[in-house]
Design a protein around this ligand. Structure first.
Ligand code: SAH
Length: 289
């Protein structure tokens, strides 16, 4: 069954008396060329376990299932269950969980679904709902200790934010945290016309590959807290941000930043990942002020 076609998808939706739900970002992939390119980029092997977020009608799920050992598909819309039972009937290596992905412990669910005895590497491949892209990415980065890589279709603007360089308006928390945790590759653009219904924005396919060894910071919580605060106060100077964060004397902070070679008047969007790390890692724990 070639599901990646507008006619086919409309037929199935009609048969199950379903309408694409905007609140869940339901824009189904209907372009089989793009589908096959995504699958090529996913570089799946028969040994792979794959997690798919938001299978929808199962367009991508079928292709993943045909090329992998097991697919864990997590879908929020319980009305899709019946549809997926039909579209995935040929595959006995798919496990469907009806839930909000943000409430699922993905690694635990994967182990349970496939009775894995020890933590196993897995890939994520998904056309994810655009309104929760950022929380999904944070979830994968912060909790995905066995994630090999995630191939994600995201809104094009978001892909640009991810690539942004210091000094540009797109540069922000997401850019920095992604750099901290992973390497991101921009794979291709995907036009809005490849989806039904066509969304109001174009998409891009990105590949997020966590760094092979996680960086050992003395104070990771302090670094994350500083970066979060910096971008909540992105129009403020780094001096004021550090003052709000560390609650120390401003002159002390000014000379601290100077010693690190930083201009205390710079704004967070001009600071690199290394500079943020430098600020938080060198901050004296007990200081005289
Ligand atoms: N992968 C399919 C569908 C993409 S549309 C395709 O490419 O055709 C996005 C899908 O994510 C929809 O099926 C939607 O119901 C689902 N979804 C939206 N929010 C979700 C959430 N919080 N958790 C899991 N699935 C979600």
């Amino acid at each position: 069954m070639n599901l990646a076609s507008k006619t086919e998808i409309k037929k199935i939706l009609h048969r199950y008396e379903k309408h694409p739900q905007k609140k869940w970002g339901q824009n189904f992939l209907v372009d089989s060329n793009i589908l096959h390119k995504i699958i090529e980029f996913a570089e799946l092997s028969p040994e792979d376990y794959v997690i798919e977020i938001g299978p929808g009608i199962g367009v991508l799920t079928q292709e993943i299932a045909a090329r992998s050992r097991g697919v864990l598909a997590i879908e929020i819309d319980s009305g899709m269950q019946q549809v997926l039972v039909e579209t995935l009937a040929e595959y006995n290596n798919c496990h469907l969980v009806i839930s909000d992905v943000l409430k699922v412990d993905l690694e635990q669910e994967l182990s349970r679904s496939f009775a894995l005895e020890k933590p196993t590497l897995y890939k994520v491949c998904a056309n994810i709902p655009y309104n929760i892209t950022t929380p999904i990415i944070f979830q994968l980065l912060e909790k995905g200790s066995h994630l090999e890589y995630a191939l994600l279709m995201v809104q094009k603007e978001l892909a640009q934010r991810i690539k942004a360089k210091p000094g540009s308006k797109d540069y922000g928390l997401l850019t920095l945290m992604l750099q901290y945790y992973a390497r991101v590759e921009y794979m291709m653009d995907i036009s809005r016309t490849c989806f039904y219904p066509a969304p109001e924005v174009d998409s891009a396919l990105i590949k997020i590959q966590p760094h092979s060894s996680t960086r050992q910071l003395k104070n990771e919580a302090g670094f994350k807290s500083l970066v979060r605060r910096a971008f909540q106060m992105r129009r403020k100077t780094i001096l004021n941000i550090c003052w709000a964060e560390f609650r120390a004397d401003k002159d002390f902070i000014r000379s601290y930043l100077e010693k690190l070679g930083l201009d205390s008047n710079s704004r967070p969007e001009s600071l690199t990942l290394e500079e943020f790390i430098c600020i938080s890692e060198n901050w004296p724990e007990s200081r005289e002020i």
